[in-house]
Design a protein around this ligand. Structure first.
Ligand code: UDP
Length: 437
């Protein structure tokens, strides 16, 4: 029966390599999402190829993650790190390489799930040439929201907005990861097009299986420490400055044994390195150097320990369409204080799993953090409710099951209509001219 057949599918994430180290410049939630969805679907019987752009000549062309799940790095533009804002001109080469790979392997994908607006363009070009190809798209970030507060659009801005609109109106389905993101799509992008709401997930077997005391012991913290944790990239939009000011300009700084832990990687000279330098200098100016730790990029060996050790995890972002960090903290029985924006309003339930505060409101963050630090029994209650919420709605297996249903339904719908055509890589040449337009 068609509805139960598992297919060969492609996840396309031009700018977010699913096999990359996470937590550094431009490698965050999107990379984690693609890899976790890919691996979970492969474990359920799908054949999953995840396509990204090669950004380093030393990188393996193909990384096998597990049976039926691999990352394939296509050559599109120079094999070096490039900011997302300059990748657009290399997309025709990416499309061409994708078609060549498909031809060489003798396979044809039933469905592409594209990630971020750049990949949506790739998917739409592929779909022009493969009418039976199903395209599902997840934005991860909306230009329409990002640019709302900017006076002048960056050079790529108009193109991005146009591609996002055309994507929503023409692809088979767009996945919103929170009701807030869906609302933004409708009010700021287009009233047309299909939207399905399926949240992001987290690995509930990785997080939440060590006690606070044991995690602290492993990391060298004391049971009496008051640990305030940030996890994420160094990017001004993440609002780390708000957290540092909340601690530095309030009574929190006088709590004995206060530890402000700012976890995440950075590369000297790159934009995340510059933001880290800026945050470090604010820490210094506020006299917080002695109680602040920068453990660097957190990975498989210690991320779960930091979440478990913390009294509170703070997510002070100016905007998040979803935000994986809060659900990872909640899965670890740790309450979250987050900005009252985007998907954070969906994942964090105020007074139940944490607290919400207006973005950039350092005094508001200070009050919320202090309430939790001063009441360990309430901290535990919030933490346990957070774990429960994640188990119920945000495990990767439940997310993948919902995606699987969507994929199967769309593949079945399209199969009844499509007429197959021959596809040659040369057919995408004209895209190169269109890109310039
Ligand atoms: N992350 C990590 N190590 C770090 C910093 C971040 O593994 O040192 C991961 C974090 O656990 C989460 C992701 O990076 O899974 C960040 O995703 P989120 O959606 O919160 O933010 P984004 O980076 O997409 O803006």
């Amino acid at each position: 029966m068609f509805l139960t057949r598992k297919h060969r599918i492609a996840l396309i994430s031009v700018d977010g390599d699913p096999a990359a180290e996470i937590g550094q410049e431009e490698a965050g939630g999107q990379n984690v999402y693609v890899r976790q969805v890919g691996e979970t679907l492969a474990a359920q019987g799908w054949q999953v190829d995840m396509f990204t752009r090669r950004s380093d000549p030393e990188q393996a062309r193909i990384v096998e993650h597990q049976p039926n799940c691999r990352t394939i790095r296509l050559t599109a533009g120079p094999a070096e790190f490039m900011s997302r804002d300059v990748l657009f001109e290399h997309l025709p080469a990416f499309v061409e390489q994708f078609l060549t790979f498909q031809q060489q392997e003798g396979v044809e994908y039933s469905l592409v799930h594209t990630h971020y607006w750049l990949s949506s363009w790739v998917g739409m070009r592929l779909k022009r040439q493969m009418p039976s190809l199903v395209q599902v798209h997840t934005y991860h970030s909306l230009g329409a929201v990002k640019y709302r507060t900017l006076g002048d659009l960056p050079p790529i801005g108009h193109k991005r907005l146009a591609v996002e609109k055309s994507c929503l109106e023409t692809v088979d389905a767009v996945v919103a990861t929170s009701p807030q993101e869906r609302e933004h799509m409708r009010s700021l992008v287009s009233t047309e097009g299909r939207i399905d709401m399926i949240p992001c997930g987290t690995d509930i077997s990785r997080f939440g299986h060590i006690t606070r005391a044991a995690a602290r012991q492993q990391l060298g913290f004391s049971p009496a420490d008051k640990i305030v944790l940030y996890v994420g990239r160094f990017d001004p939009r993440k609002g780390i400055e708000t957290l540092v000011r909340a601690v530095g300009q309030s009574d929190i700084r006088h709590l004995p044994n206060l530890k402000l832990v700012i976890g995440g990687g950075s590369r000297p000279g790159q934009s995340d390195g510059l933001e880290r330098d800026r945050i470090e200098s604010i820490v210094q100016d506020l006299g917080l150097t002695d109680c602040t730790l920068f453990p660097g990029r957190l990975g498989d060996d210690n991320l779960h320990l930091y979440y478990a050790a913390a009294d509170v995890c703070v997510v002070p972002s100016h905007y998040e369409p979803f935000g994986l960090v809060p659900i990872e903290a909640m899965a670890s029985h740790t309450p979250v204080v987050a900005s009252n924006v985007g998907g954070l309003q969906y994942t964090v339930v105020p007074e139940v799993t944490g607290l919400l505060v207006p973005p950039k409101d350092a005094a508001g963050f200070a009050t919320a953090i202090a309430r939790i630090l001063k009441n360990p029994a309430w901290r535990d209650k919030l933490g346990n409710a957070g774990r429960q919420r994640v188990e119920l709605g945000f495990s990767w297996s439940s997310v993948a099951a919902r995606l699987e249903q969507l994929y199967l339904q769309l593949i079945a719908d399209v199969a009844t209509e499509a007429v197959p055509v021959e596809v040659a890589p040369a057919d995408v040449k004209s895209d190169a001219q269109e890109v310039a337009a």
